[in-house]
Design a protein around this ligand. Structure first.
Ligand code: GLN
Length: 386
């Protein structure tokens, strides 16, 4: 038989999802794939129950139900400090995964270059392959994960079509400063590149840091495709509700690509999620307080165990330095960690372009009791020492 498409030849499976399967097989506590084990807000769930009876159950408008876009526009306008037009600037997608893919497909011609900071969330690799983009990797160097401005400018000199910005960053927890975002913005304007963001952790940024939307910097809304999601903010990763905010000129194309990819995000879930989008500031304060406490709980546990890590300023991941364990392969270490210690982690090498294999990623979006049990088990990590 004929071979399947060349496009997919370079694909590996998702290491994050693979580690979930490994965790399940060994009955390990799964701190690999980042999703909560606690419930979404009551308001959303009771609305979902009503929607089951009342509908809608048929397609919404392809680029998103009107009331969902209105509620989202109101919320994001306040955060981004400009008027987001629900009729022109928003495309609702099946998770930010589709948002990013739709953004890439809309911006990139096969062979165009796209800047990707490394380490990077693994989907960007697949997004690049499927859209035909050639990634130019610019390192964010551990342990602080800063970038070198000259190195970034050299990448821009190749006239990339876009730069992908994950802020707050998965996997590192880095939160880009205003100065860093200004450098990126100035270069994007100078070399006429688009910015495609992944801002799904916008509400999980720890004090005293603040999330800054690159689209809110001078002259940047025009060239930014801001991708976001409700998954992390309302603990509904399975609902697959995401969106792209971009000016009408860009959104017009995004909506067509999105329509042909998926037609639309699930209409009953959009309807139920409006209850979340309409919640007041207190909800986001509580969410941040919860994650701040979880970060504290988890990091002090790691301190007690005596393992090094980079403290995240945002998101709910932490990169551990496992070099004292003496493994050459971080994948092998993660399999041993799941099998012999009972905790699932993601090998850092799956996020890096460079040859880095001394870091592993754990997440702490779990109930406190789950985190305590994971920390108890992690005390056994030293028995893996070679
Ligand atoms: N964003 C989450 C992570 O990095 C979940 C990824 C996924 O499976 N879609 O673990």
């Amino acid at each position: 038989m004929q071979r399947l498409s060349d496009r997919t030849n370079g694909f590996t499976d998702s290491v994050i999802r693979r580690m979930t399967r490994v965790s399940l097989e060994c009955d390990a506590i799964n701190l690999s794939q980042g999703f909560p084990d606690f419930d979404p807000p009551r308001e959303i769930l009771s609305r979902l129950a009503e929607v089951a009876a009342s509908g809608p159950h048929q397609y919404a408008i392809t680029w998103g139900a009107r009331n969902f876009r209105e509620a989202l526009a109101e919320k994001q306008s306040k955060l981004m400090g400009r008027d987001i037009d629900p009729d022109e600037d928003i495309t609702v997608t099946c998770g930010s995964t589709e948002a990013m893919m739709t953004a890439m497909m809309s911006v990139v011609n096969p062979g165009d270059e796209v800047i990707v900071f490394s380490p990077f969330y693994e989907n960007y690799g697949a997004d690049a392959i499927l859209s035909g983009a050639e990634p130019i990797y610019v390192p964010l160097r551990p342990p602080l994960f800063g970038f070198d401005t000259d190195e970034l400018e050299s990448a821009f000199k190749r006239r990339p079509k876009a730069l992908i910005l994950c802020n707050p960053s998965n996997p590192t927890g880095k939160v880009f400063t205003y100065e860093e975002l200004s450098v990126i913005s100035e270069l994007a304007k100078k070399y006429d590149s688009y910015i495609i963001t992944d801002e799904v952790y916008e509400h999980i940024v720890y004090e005293p840091r603040r999330h800054i939307y690159i689209a809110s910097l001078p002259g940047m809304f025009e060239r930014t495709l801001s991708c976001g999601s409700l998954s992390k903010t309302y603990s509904i990763t399975g609902w697959r509700l995401g969106y792209i905010i971009a000016p009408a000129r860009i959104s017009e194309t995004l909506r067509k690509v999105h329509d042909f990819l998926t037609v639309g995000a699930p209409s009953p879930l959009q309807e139920a999620a409006v209850a979340g989008l309409k919640m007041g500031e207190e909800y986001y304060r509580d969410l941040l307080r919860t994650y701040t406490e979880k970060r504290e709980l988890f990091l002090s546990g790691l301190d007690h165990i005596g393992i090094g890590y980079t403290k995240p300023d945002g998101a709910y991941y932490v990169m551990l330095d496992v070099s004292p364990l003496g493994y050459e392969s971080d994948m092998e270490l993660c399999v041993d960690l799941a099998e012999k210690v009972g905790v699932g982690a993601v090998p850092g090498s799956s996020f890096f372009r460079e040859n880095v294999n001394h870091l592993i990623r754990l997440h702490f979006a779990k109930k406190d009791e789950t985190l305590y049990e994971a920390l108890n088990r992690l005390e056994g990590i030293w028995k893996l020492k070679r």
